[in-house]
Design a protein around this ligand. Structure first.
Ligand SMILES: *Cc1c(COP(=O)(O)O)cnc(C)c1O
Length: 387
């Protein structure tokens, strides 16, 4: 892009009200943030579902690991192979009931890494139209052909599986919990199609692990079934740290360690980050009811508060609550009005969603108090009604 075109592209974004800026925020607790002016916010757009970022045991584990260095110093196949990361891979595999797991530096890179390495020339990827951007980008960098099916539409997926020619391997890839609306993929139907068409099923559980299923193990546990070949996930949401992972068979994991460029050519996350994620995972494993019980209770409480007053939200089981607004500018204005009153939530608008379906997305965590939720709901409802 020529420099003058960058300038005009920025001006166009500004004019459309779509120019985005980073707004610094320091989290004092898992649900309270403070900006540079000292203004405080109750945060309803964080993915820290279980509040692990501020859990005492997690912070202590990170502090303890800092003596092994603040950075890892290299990629995993060279010097960056901290004990904590291999320990974490074992614990993730155990948590996900798989043979093995591989850690990547982010969930974004995990999706790139798995699609890049597994889906090659002659293969076809069948991808849900609302999949996360990292899956979309993973499809782009793989050498496979990609076909997009309508959101969670199994008839459309089957039609494509029947009609799109494929001489190699078929892959079906989907979010477990979709990040925009918090809806859950239809795993039983996906697993049946995968079997019928001998496809490989990849499910991205970034918003599902530590969130759904009786003990937080994600989509497979939610539906009480097996059948997923590759489970992708992140350490940055329910596990309070950073990094991504895939959990799969030993063969797939070994293959990724040997061929996946995002794994091979990037410096590993540090022992500090690994120790934090490991501590969070162990806390959840030791007392799933404690964390998930509170998350479910808060989710139900907030969903009730909003539905009682007639705010349009889609029914669902997850802590991602989309509030329908429609018009893009109104969604933005509502979020901004809430921000002024100390409530942070997200306006979701094109290009993330189709024109005319803009919404407010509100994410509940286990750490929100009833008072915080009441306050947020009251403020949101007032501004939602005033349109
Ligand atoms: C957040 C998210 C990712 C990216 O994970 P990061 O660790 O933040 O890079 C990938 N997939 C889905 C579905 C997500 O929601």
């Amino acid at each position: 892009m020529k420099p003058e075109n960058i300038f005009s592209a920025l001006s166009a974004l500004r004019q459309e009200g779509r120019l985005r800026q980073v707004q610094d925020l320091r989290m004092e607790t898992a649900s309270l943030g403070v900006d540079r002016e000292g203004k405080r916010y109750i945060v309803f757009n964080s993915n820290d579902y279980l509040g692990m970022t501020h859990a005492k045991e997690v912070q202590e584990a990170a502090a303890k690991a800092v003596r092994f260095g603040t950075g890892s110093g290299g990629a995993r196949l060279t010097s960056g192979a901290a004990f904590e990361l291999s320990n974490l891979e074992k614990e993730i595999a155990d948590f996900k009931h798989t043979e093995d797991a591989v850690i990547f530096n982010t969930g974004y890179m995990a999706n790139l890494g798995v699609l890049y390495a597994l889906a090659g020339k002659g293969d076809v990827i069948f991808s849900d139209e609302l999949n996360h951007a990292s899956i979309v980008d993973g499809c782009r960098i793989s050498k496979a052909e990609t076909t997009v099916y309508r959101h969670s539409d199994m008839a459309d997926l089957e039609r494509l599986l029947q009609t799109v020619p494929c001489e190699g391997q078929r892959f079906i890839v989907t979010d477990g919990v979709f990040s925009m609306d918090g809806d859950i993929c239809p795993l039983p139907a996906l697993a049946a199609l995968k079997k019928d068409y001998r496809a490989c099923l990849i499910v991205d559980d970034a918003h599902a692990s530590g969130v759904i299923g009786r003990t937080g193990r994600g989509t497979a546990e939610y539906f009480r079934m097996a059948g997923i070949d590759v489970q992708v996930g992140t350490l940055s949401k329910a596990f309070g740290a950073e990094g991504g992972y895939i959990a799969a068979s030993r063969e797939i994991c070994d293959y990724l360690r040997n061929t996946s460029r995002p794994f091979i050519f990037s410096t590993a996350i540090s022992a500090v980050t690994g120790a934090a994620a490991l501590a969070a995972l162990r806390l959840l494993k030791a007392a799933p009811e404690k964390y998930l019980g509170r998350l479910r209770e808060n989710t139900a409480y907030m969903r009730n508060l909003l539905t009682e007053t007639g705010v349009g939200i889609a029914a669902g089981d997850t802590p991602i609550i989309p509030v329908a607004v429609g018009d893009e500018k109104e969604a933005l204005a509502t979020a901004e009005a809430c921000r002024k009153e100390g409530i942070l939530l997200s306006a979701i608008r094109p290009p993330s969603v189709p024109v005319g379906t803009s919404r407010i997305r509100l994410t509940v965590t286990a750490m929100h108090t009833k008072e915080e939720m009441k306050k947020a709901a009251a403020i949101l409802i007032r501004h939602w009604r005033s349109k």
